[in-house]
Design a protein around this ligand. Structure first.
Ligand code: NAI
Length: 332
């Protein structure tokens, strides 16, 4: 059996972590041969709650789970970590302006970037879940200059999973028959869920999703808006944000990064833009990526319609604005 790796989860006393930690301890993310030491970071007022989470983790009686360290100190939490799930963030409170939310989170992700820089393994894989996830990932990477910027990603996998499930339901097939749905841009209501290159496996063969659905009006409006607003719909119904599905998506994102994607298949991840598809450099933008040997590459040369281009412009503009606001906060 391999040596244990250190894995940190921030916001460890929160809702998403509660579902995520089980997947990590059970081996569903890093595989059944990889023992892990869990580092659980939360803020001081949550330490008592975190003690309860630790008790439950012990009571899972799972052999892959070795050490468990609950802490409020980033330096301890990030020590020698090979993977980091940055889930904890300042939630938006009633009456809070977007820029106030950004300001609160800039501080958190600056501290955590610095801690990663000093204490984590240089090949650490960082997944930012806490919102605004894309810009938080950018800030974090900025404060961890000794770690390659490719190692910082933001989660749009929940959006991808939602889109894939919606398409499968519309066609009337199992969800795993649908492949290569793309989420472009920001994990926000400007994201663009795109099925132009998606396929569906039917008994008659593999078909393009757009021709199988054959309803551009539905695809370009109802479908796009449903996915963009799905998070808000869950909050309206549950009175709390998506947690079980967000945790599952975080596990999916990291598992694919660790073990790779199948030939001809891709997944969506928020990654630092290299200018592909005309997207401005140096924003964390969700692209389709293919992954091999723990390295992802942005899938190139996909055709982009004028409609898609207009959607990509909107979401890149929002990310540039978020970056400018974050920079303003950092200058103060
Ligand atoms: P939650 O409120 O249940 O838990 C958040 C936890 O983070 C709390 O225990 C809090 O004390 C902790 N925390 C706050 N500041 C921290 C810091 N500086 N260091 C460590 N821990 C800190 O929230 P939940 O439901 O677990 O969601 C967490 C984040 O994930 C939110 O920002 C939410 O908006 C985001 N989210 C992102 C999704 C995505 O697709 N990217 C989907 C769903 C949620």
């Amino acid at each position: 059996m391999a040596e244990p790796i250190n894995v940190v989860v921030t916001g460890a006393a929160g809702q998403i972590a509660y579902s995520l930690l089980y997947q990590l301890a059970a081996g569903s993310v890093f595989g059944p041969e990889q023992p892990i030491n869990l580092r659980l970071l939360d803020i001081p007022p949550m330490m008592k709650v975190l003690d309860g989470v630790v008790m439950e983790l012990q009571d899972l009686a799972l052999p892959l789970l070795r050490e468990i360290l609950p802490t409020a100190e980033p330096a301890k939490a990030f020590e020698n970590v090979a993977a980091a799930f940055l889930v904890g963030a300042m939630p938006r409170k009633e009456g809070m302006e977007r820029k106030d939310l950004l300001a609160a989170n800039v501080d958190i992700f600056k501290v955590q970037g610095e801690a990663l820089d000093k204490h984590a393994r240089k090949d650490v894989k960082v997944l930012v879940v806490g919102n605004p996830a894309n810009t938080n990932a950018l800030i974090c990477s900025h404060y961890a200059p000794s770690i390659p910027k490719e190692n910082f990603t933001a989660m749009t996998r929940l959006d991808q999973n939602r889109a894939q499930a919606a398409i499968a339901a519309r066609i009337g097939v199992q969800v795993d028959k649908v492949k290569n749905v793309i989420i472009w841009g920001n994990h926000s209501s400007t994201q663009y869920p795109d099925v132009a290159h998606a396929t569906v496996a039917l008994s008659s063969g593999v078909k393009p999703v757009p021709s199988e659905i054959n309803d551009d009006e539905w695809l370009n409006s109802t479908f796009v808006e449903t996915i963009q607003k799905r998070g808000a719909a869950v909050i309206a119904a549950r009175k709390m944000s998506s947690a079980m599905s967000a945790a599952k998506a975080a596990g999916d994102h990291m598992r694919d990064w660790w073990f790779g994607t199948k030939t001809g298949e891709w997944v969506s991840m928020g990654v630092v833009s290299d200018g592909s598809y005309g997207i401005p450099k140096d924003v964390v933008f969700s692209f389709p990526v293919a992954i091999k040997n723990k390295q992802y590459e942005i899938v190139q040369n996909l055709s982009i319609s004028n409609f898609a281009k207009s959607k990509l412009d909107v979401t890149s503009k929002e990310l540039e604005e978020e970056r400018a606001e974050a920079n303003n906060v950092l200058k103060k």
